[in-house]
Design a protein around this ligand. Sequence first.
Ligand code: AMP
Length: 180
Amino acid sequence: MVQSEVDFAAAIRTIPDYPSPGIMFRDITTLLAEPQVFRAAVDALVEPYKDSGVALVAGIEARGFILGGALSHQLSAGFVPIRKKGKLPHETIRVAYSLEYGVDEMEMHRDAVKPGTRVLLTDDLIATGGTAEAAVKLLRELGAEIIGACFVIDLPELGGRRRLEAMGVSVQTLVAFEGH
Ligand code: AMP
C-alpha cells in the first residue's frame, strides 16, 4: 500500500446494497470532488512510478478514465482507453471476462500500443481482479510491457491483487476495505 498523510478512506462514500444486495459500493465521486484529496491521491498513485519511464497510462472504462487522465498528465505520459465493446471507432482487439452474473467484453484499438511500450494500468478499484486481468491480456496481446497496475481501492478478500501478481504484474493501492 502506498503511504500518505491523507485519509483517503474517509473521502470515499459507501453505499450498501448497490447495485445489488450484499454489495458495499465504494463511491469515489466524493473523493474526486475534494480538491486536496484528489490531488493527494494522484500524487500518491504516481509516486512509485515517477522514475519508471512510463510512456502510456491505460485506464479502464469508466472511472479508470478519470484517474488515468490525471496520472498520465502527472507522468507526462500518453493515455489509452480500455472500453466496453462497441465504443471504439477504429479496428479493435477484444477480450471476454467474467462478471458476477455472466460475461462481458472489453476492447482496445489494435494500434493503441506499440510493442515494447511501457504501460501503467489503472482503475478505481480492484475486487476479484477479473476486469484488470482482462485488461492485462489485451495490453500484452499488443506487446505492452506492463510496469504495474494501480488502484485507489483494494478489496483484499476478493483476491484481485494476488491474481494480478500471479500474472507478473505488481499492484499499488491507496486504501483497503474489508468485504465485498
Ligand atoms: P473486479 O473485476 O471484480 O476486480 O471488479 C472491478 C471493477 O468493478 C472495477 O471497474 C470497479 O469499478 C467495479 N467494482 C467492483 N466491486 C465494486 C465495489 N464494491 N464498489 C465499487 N466498484 C466496484
